[in-house]
Ligand binder design. Structure first.
Ligand code: FAD
Length: 397
């Protein structure tokens, strides 16, 4: 059994960032990831044809100057020079087969009457619906704005805690306001993994965690066996709950209370000359089978365009295919390449702050068990890295 100071289960940005802090502190650290490639929701598959290369984002796509903890890691891995700007193309609505600007769909009078609430109303204790319908007006919220919110975690967000949806954080002035990376966000995952000293094993579907004689014993479906003084769980909440069932039943039960949503993401690449759609950052189509279509027009390419459809789960291939071709206005034969990815996103509900407090109580005194992920303070990349940083500090404190 391979001995470690720390074993991290889950190779998304939450697990990778915690692993990074442990390696920096000189701890022997191993990271185990179920999939063949690292990154989780950092998924930027590369397509190459006749010497022409292209990537698209099947998950996260945008970072901000306020992502200070992420930026520190990017710097630490020596890849700051791969940060690139995103082209200014609009987030738009897609209504009756046509692209419409957000402003054109808003009732301006209702907006003007409601917007002063922005200065009076606090987000704390309010749901996304109750807060934002007062800021933009009930009708504007219902018909326009809620569809943009739903597009963020690809699910209904009416009951999300308003203060966990969009956060204002201090920004770095020396960094672009919003940006991506030369080869997409997954290149950041690869850079962290390449950090010397971190052992990474992919295709390790961990299915058993046992705590014995002061050590965690971790086993994967393929027969991998690892042991560690400290265990980090950086998997979706329900996976974490299952893995803790034997060693920490109280935490397992508490984690099982959280819900998560599945997202079926399908990316298509088309030749530039075959797509007539005007450049957009994203299309949001109210009450459609997809929550959003995220385009690669934010990093324009000479040869190709990429569109990633974030579908509701459970649709058959035919339904997805026909909606893709309808929206893009092209026949399926004009699609050069397709990629698919399954993403899991947390369903945060009002009352999540109380759930978090109880989590802290249950983790008290358990310095050898660290929990990170996108279901703590929020699901933005910086929320994940901040959680990892604070869990690392709890272990060291
Ligand atoms: C479509 C989409 C778009 C987004 N866009 C943005 C954005 O633009 N900006 C932003 O800030 N945030 C964005 N987010 C949110 C953010 O990207 C995610 O919250 C974050 O990347 C999640 O990271 P994570 O490591 O917590 O989870 P994940 O990325 O889900 O990683 C968890 C990992 O655990 C692995 N795993 C699961 N079970 C096991 C097991 N049994 N054994 C071993 N490994 C296991 C999984 O394979 C996965 O790799 C987006 C999310 C999605 C889904």
């Amino acid at each position: 059994m391979m001995q470690n100071d720390v074993v991290v289960i889950g190779g998304g940005i939450s697990g990778l960032s915690l692993a990074y802090y442990c390696v920096q502190a000189g701890m022997k650290t191993t990271l185990l990831e179920k999939n063949e490639s690292l990154g989780g929701s950092f998924a930027s598959p590369q397509y190459s044809s006749n010497g022409k290369k292209f990537w698209m984002e099947l998950g996260a796509h945008t970072c901000y100057s306020s992502y200070q903890n992420l930026l520190d890691i990017v710097e630490g891995c020596g890849v700051t020079n791969t940060i690139i700007p995103r082209a200014k193309v609009p987030f738009t609505l897609f209504v009756d087969g046509k692209i419409r600007s957000i402003v054109s769909q808003l009732n301006i009078l209702e907006l003007l009457v409601s917007v002063p609430n922005l200065f009076k109303l606090k987000k704390t204790g309010l749901s996304v619906r109750s807060y934002y319908s007062k800021i933009v007006g009930e009708k504007n919220y219902e018909e326009v704005i809620r569809h943009f919110f739903n597009a963020v975690p690809s699910q209904q967000t009416d009951n999300f805690p308003a203060d966990m949806m969009f956060k204002s954080r201090p920004k770095r002035k020396d960094v672009l306001k919003n940006y991506t990376f030369q080869n997409g966000l997954q290149s950041v995952a690869r850079a962290i993994a390449a950090k010397s000293g971190l052992n990474v094993f992919t295709s390790q579907d961990v299915n058993s965690v046992v705590y014995k004689d002061g050590l965690y014993e971790i086993r994967s479906a393929g027969g991998g066996e690892y042991s560690a003084k400290t265990l980090v769980l950086a998997t979706p909440s329900l996976v974490t709950s299952k893995l803790l069932k034997e060693s920490n039943p109280d935490l397992a039960q508490h984690l099982a209370k959280l819900k998560a949503a599945d997202v079926d993401s399908v990316g298509v690449i088309v030749r530039k000359e075959n797509s007539k759609l005007k450049p957009v950052a994203a299309l949001i189509s109210p009450n459609d089978v997809f929550f959003s279509v995220v385009s690669r027009d934010t990093v324009p390419d000479d040869n190709y365009r990429g569109f990633v459809f974030h579908f509701q789960p459970g649709l058959d291939e035919k339904t997805k295919r026909s909606r893709i071709t309808e929206v893009l206005g092209i026949g399926f034969s004009k699609i050069e390449h397709t990629e698919a990815k399954h993403n899991t996103v947390p369903t945060l509900q009002l009352g999540h702050h109380q759930w978090l407090e109880k989590t802290d109580q249950l983790l008290k005194g358990k310095k050898s068990l660290l929990l990170t992920g996108n279901y703590f303070g929020g699901m933005a990349i910086e929320d994940c890295v901040s959680r990892s940083k604070s869990e690392f500090a709890r272990m060291k404190g």
